[in-house]
Design a protein around this ligand. Structure first.
Ligand code: GDG
Length: 734
């Protein structure tokens, strides 16, 4: 039975060692809840670190732990103290976390820690590979494991892999500074589906893919080697009912059942009926905008002194990563700010900020959420922010106001909240005033919208949608009807090649016989290729034709001393073995003087592009330009050209990073068909990578072996991965 394997840095449980006895406490966090049904499904397992290092566990104890956590359907990855130091506190939290949250000044690029990151990702891969079988699905989580998808795919290409990033993906301008950027992107591309919280993160990721790896992206699909990788956004939700029901139960509590915290909150509310509570909850992290929030609150009290003694900010900051220096600094900064502001504004009966530096049990979290009139969530960057969603879910009477930073992913779906820029203190102060004075009716209206959406798109729904989208990627391959030219197909083809009396081989040049170069004139045939072509050309009863969009002059220089069959300019010129060049199609080229100036304006406006003037066609190459600018410009140029050429016998061809204008009556298909009439061929083979080769695939008889280079939509029957594979295939004819 196929299973799903969930992989995250930490397992969804805590292992406590008390006097050598083990205590396993399953965690109840958002992710664990969201993955519950995936995890519970069949024989699904969760792979991650248990939280105890190898040094803390002797071999015997380690076995015990493994056995105990296996009962919870978990499998551990064993990490040393040094791994945790370099991979987790080091590379994950001193490099990736700050960089992906736009804190470049905190980002360290340490080679040793990068090495550790790679090693630990490999450790995770080893455990996954020990547990995975063909047909299984793997879902990898978060920034600690960015290399894992490819490490798994390399060894198990047939299993379906999903990846979800819980933090933002930064813009290309930030990501490009990362020294090992290619490796990281390639690591992620091992997945079949990559999920982000918002469309913006998805957009930034695709932009890096296009600019750094120069891969083709079609809407949200990346062509990568012989695979299609899908990218999409899935905004993570919360366990809505859990929070809603807990809040409902909470309102019905009698005095005895109430917590100590709730009693103190009640005292406060009763003491001054008009006093309002403002709440914030976050891990003490520099991305959460804690100092900004305190300063903005100070600004508010200065600007609107009428609220002194009428409002109180309750701040719960949960200790986090406290051995990373920036977190220690943030802690002292926060302590200092809270102290200063309380000192400045406090009266005998009022302290403006209640500050808790600890974590609280779930019940107390509900006490805080249900008692607060306003939630003030002001991160400077945040992948999603679940606290904002949890606050909304606990407002069973639909009162209360959410003030939310527009830098949190959650802001994208919580439009009815009051959205603020966390760096604009004036705006925050004004918004706080607006929230404090908001009529109940407006509060309810906003809450109603927010709650309905959160209830619908819960964390269970989020994981369901991700899993069904991952399932659907399995069918992406079938859009491409071509079959892979594998050993089986190859041997069938070779036996009909050997049995044939007269054979014909059409070979495209650029992207097929030779790889692409930034400058077309650099794609000259190398020695290995010449020797291969020479051998093919000598085969008995076999015609080899190099058929290309290149101009005659280039082929004349390259193959000057060779006696090959050549077709150039997409089929305008032909040179047969032992013969001179002759024209297959009589063509005019007077249209060029009208089109050329238009192409020149595009070159001027698009750095890195250039025009290739051929005798009978004009080509605008954009391989070296910024891929996003190229996308806009190609659409623009296509529109301009289509309207201009409608009355002429001209066609606009979209090739591989090139747009070419040429006569409609010439194409490789027509040229190939003409050649076919010369003899009685009983084996025909054609190979090419480009759009222009599709004419050839279409025109050749059904019995022909047509092969596309690359994993793209095609009319060819087979495909091969790349130019290396092309040469291997051609060698098999020898
Ligand atoms: C990362 C991304 C993204 C907090 N204090 C206590 C406590 N919590 C719970 C909250 C909430 C969770 O912790 C915090 O979640 P956030 O989403 O706010 O933030 P991160 O931890 O930074 O999470 C973030 C998230 O991943 C999911 O993809 O939203 O952007 O940074 O559920 O309730 N729970 C208890 N006591 C506390 O004191 N019991």
């Amino acid at each position: 039975m196929n299973k799903t394997i969930i992989v995250s840095n930490r397992l969804p449980l805590q292992v406590k060692l008390e006097n050598e006895s083990l205590n396993i406490i399953p965690s109840v966090g958002g992710l664990a809840t969201g993955m519950k049904s995936v995890h519970a499904d069949g024989n699904g397992i969760w792979i991650g670190w248990s939280g105890l290092t190898e040094e803390e566990l002797n071999p015997e104890l380690s076995k015990k732990v493994d056995k105990a956590i296996f009962k919870e359907k978990c499998v551990s990855v064993s990490l040393t103290e040094k791994d945790v130091e370099d991979f987790y506190f080091g590379f994950s939290n001193k490099t990736l976390w700050p960089l992906f949250h736009y804190f470049m000044e905190f980002t360290e690029f340490e080679k040793d820690q990068w090495e550790s990151y790679k090693e630990v990702n490999q450790k995770f891969a080893d455990v996954v590979l020990e547990n995975v079988n063909d047909g299984d699905t793997v879902w990898v989580h978060d920034y600690q494991l960015l290399l894992l998808p490819q490490l798994i795919k390399d060894k198990k290409p047939n299993i379906s892999i999903g990846f979800f990033l819980h933090i933002p993906f930064p813009s290309f301008e930030i990501f490009r500074t990362f020294p090992w950027r290619e490796q990281l992107l390639k690591g992620m591309l091992g997945a079949d589906l990559l999920g982000f919280h918002t469309y913006d993160y998805e957009r930034h990721f695709l932009s890096s893919i296009k600019r750094i790896l120069r891969l083709d992206v079609n809407f949200n699909e990346i062509s990568y080697h012989d695979r299609i990788v899908k990218v999409d956004s899935f905004p993570m939700g919360i366990d809505y009912n859990k929070f809603y029901n807990a809040a409902l139960e909470h309102t019905n509590q009698n005095k005895k059942e109430k917590s100590e915290l709730q009693r103190r909150l009640d005292d406060h509310i009763q003491a001054s009926q008009n006093t309002k509570l403002i709440l914030s909850i976050d891990r003490l992290d520099y991305t959460k905008g804690i100092p900004n929030r305190i300063r903005a609150f100070e600004h508010f009290l200065n600007m609107y002194p009428q609220f002194k003694e009428k409002v109180r900010l309750i701040m719960l900051a949960v200790p986090s990563r406290s051995n990373v220096p920036q977190y220690q600094k943030l802690k002292s900064e926060t302590d200092e700010l809270v102290g200063r502001i309380n000192g400045k504004f406090a009266t005998v009966s009022w302290t403006p900020i209640w500050y808790f530096y600890r974590s609280m049990p779930f019940e107390n979290l509900i006490d805080l959420y249900t008692s607060a009139d306003i939630a003030l969530i002001t991160p400077v960057r945040d992948g999603m922010n679940l606290v904002a969603k949890e606050y909304v879910a606990t407002r069973t009477k639909q009162d209360g106001v959410l003030i939310l930073s527009e830098m949190a992913g959650a802001a994208k779906e919580m439009n009815e909240a009051l959205l603020i820029n966390p760096n604009n203190f004036e705006q925050i102060a004004d918004t706080l005033k607006y929230a404090l004075e908001m009529p109940l009716e407006e509060q309810k209206k906003r809450m109603d919208f927010l709650q309905k959406r959160l209830e619908r798109y819960s964390v269970e729904k989020w994981s369901e949608e991700f899993m069904s989208s991952l399932k659907a990627t399995k069918n992406l391959g079938s859009i491409i009807v071509a079959k892979e030219m594998n050993e089986d197909n190859e041997s069938k083809m070779l036996s009909s090649f050997n049995a044939a009396k007269k054979r014909l081989l059409f070979l495209d040049y650029d992207g097929t016989l030779a790889g692409f170069k930034n400058n077309p004139s650099d794609a000259k045939p190398d020695d290995e290729l010449i020797s291969l072509l020479d051998k093919l050309n000598k085969l008995e009863n076999t015609d080899i034709v190099i058929i290309s969009g290149r101009d005659r002059e280039t082929f004349e220089t390259w193959f000057e001393n060779k006696n090959y069959n050549l077709i150039t300019d997409h089929g305008v010129w032909l040179k047969e073995k032992n013969n001179k060049w002759h024209m297959l199609e009589r063509l005019k080229n007077d249209w060029m003087e009208n089109i050329l100036p238009i192409l020149e304006t595009f070159v001027d406006r698009t750095p890195g592009t250039f025009i290739e003037k051929k005798k009978y066609s004009l080509a605008w190459h954009y391989r070296k330009t910024d891929p996003e600018l190229a996308q806009t410009r190609t659409i623009e140029l296509n529109t301009v050209l289509t309207s201009l050429i409608s009355n002429n016998d001209l066609t606009v061809l979209k090739g591989n990073k090139v747009i070419e204008i040429k006569s409609s009556s010439v194409n490789k298909g027509r040229a190939a068909s003409r050649w076919m009439t010369q003899d009685d061929y009983d084996f025909v083979f054609a190979i090419g990578d480009d759009w222009t080769d599709e004419y050839m695939f279409e025109e050749l008889p059904d019995t022909a072996y047509t092969v596309k280079v690359g994993f793209k939509k095609t009319k060819a029957k087979y495909y091969v991965k790349d130019t290396i594979k092309v040469r291997e295939l051609l060698n098999s004819f020898l």
